[in-house]
Structures are given as structure tokens and as C-alpha cells.
Design a protein around this ligand. Structure first.
Ligand SMILES: [Zn+2]
Length: 428
């Protein structure tokens, strides 16, 4: 299939530039990874409806069906625009295209009963009269909308032709290409987001050290370990035909360009028709720059870190405590403060102090105490996110005996476990 090449972006240093906007590498990925299954579902359902209408129109050629399909496409475009990458990929030209098609499919309602399908001869006639019209024009035409803005280039010509020609098999075929483009966007969301989420969850977040070298080694294993690849990478066999590709088609050129800030850099210019290619360029450039995307253990949002620290919490607004960021919420001081109002936090602090005491007495080791606390902390955030977990059931869950049992920790009594320390002055 011929590439449409409707995505052009630039990379230089650790920056990605799309539609004249510069981003730190990883920013677009950070946002797209936060597209949840709940966000995705309505778009998926809308696309299913669009596909039905597409098949229905192909059979019946009833213009009201195309009109409805076009409305659905315009709505899907709006939904996608909740994410920066789609706001930039689907610019105002999209709106113009939808409104031209709206006009074209609406006008036939006025002539209901007349023949809908036009013969090649009538298409040529209409085109001819359009071209005559076009060249006679000296002043921009006054229209209902700014389609005839004289500043507009070739796109405008195309819209005018579409308006003049109306609904034909040719314009319908072009429209189908447009639907396919959206279909590929949704496919690439389904392929990219779960794969990279898995990579972060099962591989990256387990690394002992964070650096471009360890990220690269991790990605190498992720791609090449068959067992991991089959389970964690979206593939056609397991995922109903969906495919995360390790290779994408780009046209790559090195070009000296003026940047938005006026400076000049030699940029890599990427031309592609694939959202996956764009997202991977963004994410891989982030990894190569030593940036990391992690998932906040409190709010579960993905966040970009420009250093290799093992941060557990993001800097975003904490969902459990207005006025605090997740990172602040994670600190002991703030938790003590919040314990007054949040009973689950209070229960967690009580459990922590019991574990600390056991450690000070020597009945569990420092490492065991850390493991038990990590486990309780995870339970706390789960419990805070889930209003169905009552304070009572949470308190039961984090009961010390239960936690030790779960973490396979055996409390030792001093006498059996360790030799008693010699007290000062004691005879040898
Ligand atoms: Zn957070």
C-alpha cells in the first residue's frame, strides 16, 4: 500500500517537534500511556458504528447514511483531540473536510428522489464547470464559511473540487481512505499503549540502575526474549490481529532547519503514515536521553522523569488529599497530618509503628520490615482508590500477623534467634 505520509515530525537532541511545537522526548508518550481502557472504549464503539455505516453506504449509496457517518467521524475526531498528539495531527483542516462533506451529503436532501449516483460523464461536466468558474474568479467568493479564503493553498482547491463534484464514487473512495487513517490511529493506540505499559511494569520498573544503557539492554531483552515477547508485546495471534511492530516505515532525512526559537539545528526529519512510528520515536528518544516514564503508585498515572531516580510518586495533584501532590502525600510528615481525617492512613501508620517496634526488638530484620511496609503501602493505595474497601476490612488486611504470613516473615524471639548482647559491666 502506498504511504499517505501525513505525519511529519522532527527530532534533535532530546526534543521532538510536531506541527511547530517542541516537546521533551517522552512527553507525548507520557500522555498517551494515560489513555485508559475507559477512555478508549467509547472511541472503539464509535469506530464500530462508523464501519457499519461505511458498509451500509457502500451497498445502498444512500446519502443520509454518509451524512451520519461523517457526523460520527467528526465526533471521533473531537474525542481523539483530548490527547495532545491528536490535537496536532488532526488540525483545523479536519473540521473543514467534515464540513465540506456535510454540505455535499446534505444538499442532496433537497433533491430527494433524484438519482444519487453520478456517471463519470456528469462528474466530468461538473468538474469542467468548476474549473471554468474557478479561473473566472477574481475576487474571493463570499460563502457561508471561510472555505474560499484566498490564503488557502492546495487543500482549499481540493475542498472546492469536492464541493463542485459532490458525492461520487471517487470522492467516496477518498473518504474511505480518511476513515482508514482513523482506524489505523485506533489500532496503533491498541498496539502501542499496552505494550509500553507492560514494558514499564514488568521490565523497566524492576531495573536496579536507571541509565540509557540499562534501558537499552532491557528493551533488547523485551524484544528478543520469545517468552516475554509473546506475552507482553501486542501481537496478531494473541491480540486479534493487532500488532506492535519493532520496525516502522519512515522516510528519514537530515535537514538544517530553523527551530521555533529562531536557532538553527540539523534535524532528523521523519515522514511516515504511522502513529506507532511517531510514538516510538518519542519514547525511544526519551530512553536514549536517560529519561524514564514511571507509574505513580498513588494515582497510577504515568509520569516522565528526566533523571534516573527511583521516584515512586508523581508531582500531580493527589486524588486522596486536596492541596497535596502525590509526592507530598507519600511523606511521613504529611501522612501524620492527614491521619486525623483519613482513617485508612491512620490504620497504616499504626501498622507501620508495630513493624518498627518488632524490628527494634530484633524479632524481624531491617530487610523484612521494609518488605512488610512495602506490602502495606501497596494495600493502602489500593484501599484509598477503592471506596468499596471499608476501614475495617483494610485494618484487617494489614494486621501484622497476616502481613508477616503473606510476606513469609517469621518473627523470632530474642532468645532463639540471636545471641543476647552483653550488657556493660557483665562478666565474661
Ligand atoms: Zn500521582
Amino acid at each position: 500500500m502506498e504511504m499517505e505520509n501525513n505525519i511529519i515530525f522532527y527530532t534533535y537532541g532530546s526534543t521532538l517537534e510536531l506541527s511547530g511545537q517542541q516537546f521533551d522526548a517522552g512527553r507525548l508518550t507520557e500522555e498517551l500511556l494515560n489513555l485508559s481502557p475507559d477512555d478508549y472504549r467509547p472511541m472503539h464503539e464509535r469506530m464500530a458504528h462508523i464501519t457499519e455505516l461505511e458498509q451500509s453506504y457502500a451497498k445502498s449509496k444512500q446519502l443520509p447514511v454518509w451524512w451520519e457517518l461523517n457526523e460520527e467521524m467528526a465526533a471521533l475526531c473531537q474525542e481523539l483531540r483530548s490527547w495532545t498528539v491528536f490535537r496536532l495531527l488532526l488540525d483545523e483542516d479536519e473540521d473543514r473536510y467534515f464540513s465540506v462533506v456535510r454540505q455535499v451529503t446534505e444538499q442532496y436532501d433537497l433533491f430527494a428522489g433524484e438519482e444519487y449516483s453520478s456517471s463519470p460523464e456528469s462528474t466530468i461536466l461538473k468538474l469542467q464547470s468548476f474549473v471554468d468558474d474557478f479561473f473566472q474568479q477574481t475576487e474571493p467568493r463570499q460563502g457561508d464559511f471561510d472555505l474560499f479564503d484566498p490564503d488557502c493553498g492546495d487543500e482549499d482547491m481540493y475542498y472546492q473540487m469536492l464541493l463542485a463534484v459532490g458525492a461520487t464514487d471517487e470522492t467516496w473512495n477518498l473518504y474511505c481512505g480518511h476513515i482508514d487513517r482513523y482506524r489505523r490511529y485506533l489500532h496503533d493506540i491498541r498496539a502501542f499503549v499496552p505494550t509500553i505499559r507492560n514494558f514499564i511494569k514488568f521490565i523497566l520498573s524492576k531495573l536496579k540502575t536507571n541509565s540509557p544503557e540499562t534501558y537499552a539492554a532491557a528493551l533488547y531483552d523485551f524484544y528478543n526474549d520469545r517468552r516475554l515477547a509473546e506475552k507482553l508485546i501486542v501481537n496478531p495471534i494473541r491480540c486479534d490481529g493487532d500488532c506492535y511492530r519493532t520496525h516502522d516505515r519512515h522516510m528519514l532525512s537530515y535537514v538544517p532547519r530553523e527551530l521555533p526559537d529562531g536557532s538553527v539545528a540539523i534535524c532528523q526529519e521523519h515522514v511516515t503514515d504511522s502513529l506507532q512510528a511517531l510514538m516510538k520515536a518519542d519514547y525511544m528518544l526519551a530512553l536514549n536521553s536517560g529519561y524514564n516514564i514511571r507509574r505513580c503508585i498513588i494515582c497510577e498515572k504515568f509520569f516522565l522523569l528526566k533523571s534516573g531516580v527511583h521516584a515512586l510518586y508523581c508531582e500531580g495533584a493527589c486524588p486522596h488529599a486536596p492541596g497535596y501532590t502525590c509526592r507530598q502525600f507519600g511523606t511521613v510528615e504529611v501522612q501524620k497530618e492527614l491521619a486525623k481525617n483519613i482513617p485508612k492512613v491512620k490504620a497504616k501508620l499504626t501498622a507501620f509503628s508495630r513493624i518498627t517496634k518488632d524490628m527494634q526488638r530484633g524479632s524481624i530484620t531491617q530487610e523484612e520490615a521494609r518488605r512488610a511496609k512495602d506490602y502495606i503501602r501497596d494495600l493502602l493505595y489500593d484501599a484509598l482508590r477503592d471506596p468499596n474497601v471499608s476501614v475495617e476490612s483494610f485494618t484487617e488486611q494489614i494486621d501484622a500477623e497476616r502481613v508477616y504470613h503473606f510476606c513469609q516473615i517469621t518473627r523470632l524471639s530474642k532468645q532463639r534467634g540471636r545471641p543476647p548482647k552483653k550488657k556493660a559491666g557483665e562478666a565474661l
